[in-house]
Design a protein around this ligand. Structure first.
Ligand SMILES: NC(=O)c1ccc[n+]([C@@H]2O[C@H](COP(=O)([O-])OP(=O)(O)OC[C@H]3O[C@@H](n4cnc5c(N)ncnc54)[C@H](O)[C@@H]3O)[C@@H](O)[C@H]2O)c1
Length: 461
């Protein structure tokens, strides 16, 4: 892990506006000393966790670390999932901790252990005997560190996006999960969207023919978060002053990777990346904050638009974009194309080769496709979903339900540590490429050759 977070910390501590975030910052790096992984790259060098199956668990007792906006929401969504119990919660911010603890107590009649104190208090949660699985929903700088501690303790580990911010930490997660033979899943909830699962069904049914190209994005105007006094804006904006990269690649990339069976027959080979000027943050700060505001003094380097292109080993291309500051509508693109047709999201539309020579038009009435390819998971879970408050219209519930279902039934999880590492890697690789005049940067083969023989994803969509 590079040390710009330590640098961030010095700066952050000086800022009155974001002082509340200071206690949330990590003391140091999470990964071991940088080292070569060359010795690990031979197939079978370590015991792979591809398709890892654990003994069936009757009930999964979760501990949740970080119950701000996301963790608090996941807590509520998880409560009605059959077979899940929340036994412990940790947060360094007492009001957030108490809110979520009270939510669980009210719903279940049982008060989960409330763990607070210093920034290392999370270890107390992970070490508990009544915690089988750990959910990590803290700021990015904590993800890999907390996940590594959780894996080392032998706990099934679920970490928010991105799983790690450096290639070193991606490797560290892979190696730790292999060493302990536990699951480490980055919870890419967008893979469980209703559209995404329908498209996955269509891909598997061959509707688009052989896939050639995909496009994903995280385009989400988050400028308003600069006004946060607690919560995401306090720490996320700091990253935008340090990293000129696609810092949030996984929402757009995860579903495309599943359509393309990445790490299961294909894998990401290399990436090129380019960044636009970084202007919108500053323009917003100038418009919204007085001249003496610390926000006006921040120098944002995160491009308004970062565009990366990934080439896979099988020769497919994927465009991934990141823009969290421009005034424009939300989009994850969610575009997949093959020799027989194309699907695109935002809004959902489809163009299929009808066999003639006419130009293709987008069809926005997808009834025909929904009737045939709608997600069985979504249809079957409709009733339970209504009992579960979900910040994202259902996909968080489907994800959590599926995690619990897989653990209870001795099935491999839909996303493994190799996926989390590969989908998070563009954070670091895009920064490297931008810095190097968009020259290609290689993805490590986190699977160490297992991608060649790993069977396609068998998610019950
Ligand atoms: N998958 C999604 O759709 C989605 C949506 C939003 C956020 N996220 C991710 O969730 C994570 C959290 O985002 P958020 O919006 O909830 O941020 P937040 O700032 O609202 O919440 C983070 C919480 O972590 C706590 N925390 C910080 N350091 C801690 C430590 N050392 N020990 C214990 N608690 C600590 C903070 O006090 C805070 O309550 C981020 O990684 C973000 O990228 C994912």
């Amino acid at each position: 892990m590079n040390d710009n977070i330590n640098f961030d910390r010095r700066k952050l501590l000086g800022s009155a506006l974001i002082a509340a975030a200071a206690q949330a910052l990590p003391a140091g790096s999470s990964a071991a000393e940088p080292r070569s992984h060359a010795e690990d790259k031979a197939p079978g060098a370590k015991r792979s966790v591809m398709g890892l199956v654990k003994p069936k668990m009757d009930k999964i007792r979760f501990g949740i670390i970080g119950v701000g906006e996301r963790g608090g929401s996941l807590t509520k969504t998880l409560l009605p999932v059959e077979g899940a119990e929340i036994t412990a919660i940790c947060d360094i911010y007492a009001p957030a901790l108490e809110t979520s603890v009270a939510v669980v107590e009210k719903a279940t009649g049982k008060r989960p252990a409330a763990i607070s104190g210093g920034v290392e208090a999370f270890k107390g949660l992970i070490d508990r005997h009544d915690v089988d699985a750990v959910i990590i929903a803290t700021p990015w700088e904590w993800h890999a560190r907390m996940a590594l501690y959780s894996i080392a303790a032998g706990k099934e580990t679920f970490v928010e996006v991105p799983a790690a911010t450096t290639i070193e930490d991606c490797w560290a997660l892979v190696e730790a999960a292999e060493a302990k033979q536990v699951n480490c899943m980055m919870m890419e909830n967008c893979c469980y969207g209703r559209s995404e699962l329908m498209v996955l069904n269509m891909v598997r049914a061959g509707v688009f023919g052989e896939l050639t190209h995909g496009e994903g994005a995280y385009i989400h105007n988050l400028r308003y978060k600069l006004k946060d006094f607690i919560g995401e804006g306090t720490w996320r904006a700091e990253w935008y002053t340090k990293r000129r990269a696609n810092s949030y690649p996984t929402h757009g990339l995860g579903p495309i990777a599943q359509y393309m069976n990445i790490n299961r027959g294909d894998r990401f080979d290399f990436l090129v990346s380019t960044s636009s000027p970084a202007r919108s943050w500053g323009a917003y700060a100038e418009r919204e904050f007085p001249a003496d505001s610390p926000r006006r003094k921040q120098h944002f380097v995160m491009a308004d638009m970062n565009t990366s292109i990934i080439q896979t080993v099988q020769g497919r291309s994927i465009m991934v974009q990141h823009d969290v500051s421009t005034p424009r509508p939300y989009s994850r693109h969610n575009l997949i194309q093959g020799v027989k047709g194309t699907f695109a999201g935002y809004p959902d539309r489809i163009a299929i080769d009808k066999g003639g020579n006419e130009f293709e038009e987008w069809t926005t009435d997808l009834t025909e496709y929904k009737n045939k390819y709608d997600s069985v998971l979504w249809k079957n879970l409709e009733k339970e979903m209504r009992a579960s408050p979900d910040a994202h219209g259902g996909m968080d519930f489907v994800m959590l339900w599926r995690i619990v279902y897989c653990l209870r039934n001795g099935l491999p999880l839909d996303q493994n540590v190799y996926d989390g590492a590969a989908w998070s890697a563009p954070f670091d690789l895009s920064e490297q490429s931008v810095r190097d005049r968009s020259r290609p940067k290689d993805f490590p083969d986190f699977t160490r050759g297992q991608w060649k023989s790993a069977p396609p994803l068998t998610i019950e969509t």
